[in-house]
Every structure is written in C-alpha cells, then in structure tokens.
Design a protein around this ligand. Structure first.
Ligand SMILES: NC(=O)c1ccc[n+]([C@@H]2O[C@H](COP(=O)([O-])OP(=O)(O)OC[C@H]3O[C@@H](n4cnc5c(N)ncnc54)[C@H](O)[C@@H]3O)[C@@H](O)[C@H]2O)c1
Length: 289
C-alpha cells in the first residue's frame, strides 16, 4: 500500500476507541498511509499523536459530543466501547446508546461506518460448524449481544437512511495468536489494518459483513463480502500450530463453542446438551467442509 492512500480524501476519518489496543494500532497505521484522522476515546491517547491527527476526549454516551466530533468526517471507524463481557448495565451506555449515537452521527455527516463487531455475536455455534456471515446470530454474552445489535443497527441505517456500513466480525485481534482457539480465530494487526483501509477506499459498499480473521486453515468461517471491498487476508496462524495446538482451556463449554471462555462465563444451563445435538440444527454450514 502506498504512503498516501488517503491524501486525496478532503474529509478526515473519525476513529473511536483510538486509545485502545486496536484503535491505537489503527491510528498509527492509517496516519502512516496518509489518512487525515480525528481520534476520540474516553481516555487520553497513549503517547504522542500520529502526524496529521487530532484528538478529542469524548464519552460515547454523550450524544451531542459524538455528533459534534463526527461533523465533517467521511467515515467513522468505530472501535470504541466495552470490549469484553461486563454487567449489562455497563454494556448498555457505551455499546447500545453509544452505537446509536455513532449511527446518528454518520447519518448527519453522510459518513460510512466501519464497525468492530465480534465473533461473540455468534459465539454459541459449535467449533465443528463452518459458518457463512449470514448465519444465525448466537450471542454468548451481553457484550456479544451488543455486537449483534450493532450489526443490525447497520442494516436499519442502510435500509432506512442509506448509511453505508461494514461490520467486521473480529475473531481474535492480537499481535500473535495465544492458544489453540486462536489458530482458528486469529486476525493479525496487519490484516486488520489492510481490511480497514479497504473499507475506507471501497466504493458503494452498502451494508456488508466480513469475518475478521487471517488466512487460518483451521478457520470456522467462510462466505462474506470481502470480495466486494477488495480485501483478502495475507497472514496466517498456521505457523503457530505446533507451538499452540495443545494450549486449551479445561472448560468443556469453552472448548465446544466458537466464543470460547465467554460462552462459559456465568453458564448456568441445568443440562449441558450433547455435542452436535439439536441445539446446532440451525447452523447454516453444518458439516460442510
Ligand atoms: N481485540 C480483539 O480481539 C477484538 C475481538 C472482537 C472485537 N473487538 C472489538 O474491537 C474494538 C477494539 O477492541 P480493543 O481490543 O482495542 O479494546 P480496548 O478495550 O483496548 O479499546 C476500547 C476503547 O474504547 C474506549 N471506551 C470505552 N468506553 C468508552 C466510552 N464510554 N466512550 C468512549 N470510549 C470508550 C476505551 O477507553 C478503550 O480505549 C472493540 O469494540 C472490541 O469489542 C476486539
């Protein structure tokens, strides 16, 4: 990718969650490629601001502030909010109200949204299933439910208001995979940066959903809209197979489902259904290779 992907863009890109792990990485990567950035987070930016970026400290729960910071932006790359399971009351403000504020801001600014969704929106599919992006939503937590809601918000704002969006159903976005589950779900930072750039540059995206994972041969995920935006992952967790293949959790719920340990969190179903039971009868890609 050239150093000036975004130079021709007169309007800046708004990045929420800019002080977080993925947000700060994207801030650096996008700035290096020449994109003009407005960075925002409830916490200060960690370190010096990238060249060409400005920072505004904003709480996603503050509707007026979100609308104001998004004014004049071409795209909102929305990575802010609660990023793991928390009590429902803590998820509610940033991820439910805040997401609504982001989409309202996009509507007002005529901006596109690139939304950091999560595999936890579909976490209760078994690991033996291969899923297409339009599979049944099976959130594994209140956090995952907020991501499912975010994906559906994209549809509402596309069909009702013509707001374009790309939801990236991120697997595990870390510098390196850490365990056997991530041999299937890992998304490298470089692949995420390239995917975000593709999402910024693509024309006429409509309302799209993309699996956010690298080119892992153990993937659980298949068809999505990546061709429409011109992205293909280049990295792979495969080279870590030997080192990580035996690193598993000792929890049967976590090991059965794609969402892993978040499926096991607060699990209180009185009888644990047998594997491949009717519970998975809705899987679109069940038993496909
Ligand atoms: N890292 C992953 O593996 C992964 C996987 C799936 C989805 N995601 C999603 O990607 C996004 C970024 O993930 P991350 O790992 O960088 O998480 P992170 O927790 O490091 O970053 C989230 C950022 O959101 C900010 N934030 C929280 N509440 C806010 C509020 N009320 N107002 C404004 N900002 C607020 C936090 O301060 C933080 O900087 C999140 O939406 C997360 O759900 C990440």
């Amino acid at each position: 990718m050239s150093a000036a992907d975004g130079i021709a863009q007169a309007k800046p890109v708004l990045l929420t969650g800019a002080s977080g792990a993925l947000g700060s990485m994207l801030a650096t990567e996008l700035a290096e490629r020449g994109w003009g950035l407005v960075l925002t987070d409830i916490r200060p930016f960690p370190g010096p601001l990238p060249l060409g970026a400005r920072f505004a400290q904003v709480d996603l729960c503050d509707r007026a502030a979100v609308l104001e910071v998004a004014r004049g932006c071409s795209t909102i790359v929305h990575f802010g909010g609660v990023s793991t399971e928390r009590p429902f009351e803590e998820v509610l403000g940033p991820n439910i109200a805040g997401l609504f504020h982001v989409y309202e801001a996009a509507r007002a600014a005529k901006a596109r949204v690139i939304f950091a969704s999560s595999n936890h929106a579909i976490g209760f599919h078994e690991r033996t299933s291969v899923l297409d992006a339009d599979c049944e939503l099976r959130p594994d937590t209140y956090y995952g439910l907020s991501k499912a809601y975010g994906e559906l918000m994209g549809r509402l704002y596309w069909y009702k208001h013509g707001v374009e969006s790309i939801s990236i159903r991120i697997g595990s976005g870390f510098p390196e995979p850490k365990d056997r589950r991530m041999l299937s779900s890992w998304l490298s930072y470089a692949d995420l940066a390239r995917l975000t750039v593709a999402g910024l540059q693509a024309e006429d995206v409509g309302c799209e959903l993309i699996w956010g994972s690298s080119n892992n041969s153990r993937t659980w995920w298949r068809r999505d809209s990546r061709e429409r935006i011109g992205w293909a992952p280049q990295d792979s967790a495969d080279e870590y197979s030997e080192a990580l293949g035996s690193i598993v959790s000792n929890d049967v719920v976590a090991e059965r489902y794609q969402g892993g340990h978040l499926c096991a969190r607060d699990y209180s179903r009185p009888s644990f259904p047998p594997a491949h039971s009717g519970d998975d009868s809705m899987d679109e890609g069940k038993n496909r290779t």
